[in-house]
Design a protein around this ligand. Sequence first.
Ligand SMILES: NC(=O)C1=CN([C@@H]2O[C@H](COP(=O)(O)OP(=O)(O)OC[C@H]3O[C@@H](n4cnc5c(N)ncnc54)[C@H](OP(=O)(O)O)[C@@H]3O)[C@@H](O)[C@H]2O)C=CC1
Ligand SMILES: CC(=O)N[C@@H](CCC(=O)OP(=O)(O)O)C(=O)O
Length: 314
Amino acid sequence: MTTHVFIDGGAGTTGIEIAERLAGRPELSFITLADDQRKDAQARRTALNDADVVILCLPDEAAREAVSLIANDRTRVIDASTAHRVANGWTYGFPELEPGQREKLAATRFVANPGCWPTGFLALVRPLVLAGLLPAEWPVTLSGASGYSGGGKGMIADYEGADSAPSAFRPYGLTLAHKHIPEMHRYAGLAMAPLFAPAVANVYRGMLVEVPLHLSALPGSPSVAAVQDVLAAAYEGSPIVSVATAEESAAMSGVAIEHVGATDRLALFAFGNADSGQVRLVAALDNLGKGAAGAAVQNLNILAGLPETTGLRL
Ligand SMILES: NC(=O)C1=CN([C@@H]2O[C@H](COP(=O)(O)OP(=O)(O)OC[C@H]3O[C@@H](n4cnc5c(N)ncnc54)[C@H](OP(=O)(O)O)[C@@H]3O)[C@@H](O)[C@H]2O)C=CC1
Ligand SMILES: CC(=O)N[C@@H](CCC(=O)OP(=O)(O)O)C(=O)O
């Protein structure tokens, strides 16, 4: 059976990446709009209602509008924006979040694709909370750097425009109220919202997310090896998420923002020091891969009952 797919916002950075991943898949057919129709509400309404699955690659307001234009009880939605990530009636599109999440996604009509930063953060922190190694009450901080394509067409123009003079490394989110905090707070299962210190780097794509922890101050003073074991067990057998072994991490002198390249992989590390009882948890991903388009395609596969990695760049 053919699944009819409409990518609303298909001319944008994430939409183009998704279309590239879906091209040539015989089990899918695509509804497309001419360039002069892609922001026309009537044309979008028709496409949104004709599709079996729509993937929204739009600013938040346009994503909310798209959902309001759906007037049937059949079309399923994968929203790449921030609009519905903590909204009632939506299922968070991170299948690796915890046991059972994949099954919830397979059964839902409305999927909220995670933000790129939360993807790295939740992959590192959620298993530790579930295992009881990190108490829910613990104050957690994350920092990191993103490629500038994370800011979509607008930020790409800022970095690549003829008159632009981009900074090599630029911390932002300085009001400590970044739009990704609510989803990180909720889905990590933390009592306190994490303190988030993001930065944008002068590279097109790629992302590093880091969570430092004083293990010696945690209840029971868990070892670096215990952290490593929990992460390895959480993603054992995953074709997408990898956890470097202690030996692999010990042999590394750094992690590049380009570590996974333009793929849909998510690579996790626990760099620790047993003497100091400290660990730096690091996630490396492509903000446009597992951070956006790869996750949307993974979710589409789950909704359609297809092998989860079909079309992914691994
Ligand atoms: N870039 C990333 O790394 C990630 C992005 N996301 C999210 O995905 C969504 C898309 O982001 P991104 O692709 O980066 O953004 P872009 O700015 O690159 O693309 C957005 C697209 O939406 C189009 N658009 C805007 N308003 C409307 C409308 N009313 N009707 C139809 N089309 C419209 C734009 O048109 P036009 O071309 O004319 O401007 C553009 O093509 C956002 O919500 C973003 O936050 C999520 C995770 C990561
Ligand atoms: C570098 C940069 O600006 N990145 C974006 C996040 C991109 C992303 O994850 O998209 P959503 O906006 O859909 O969550 C930001 O921090 O707002």
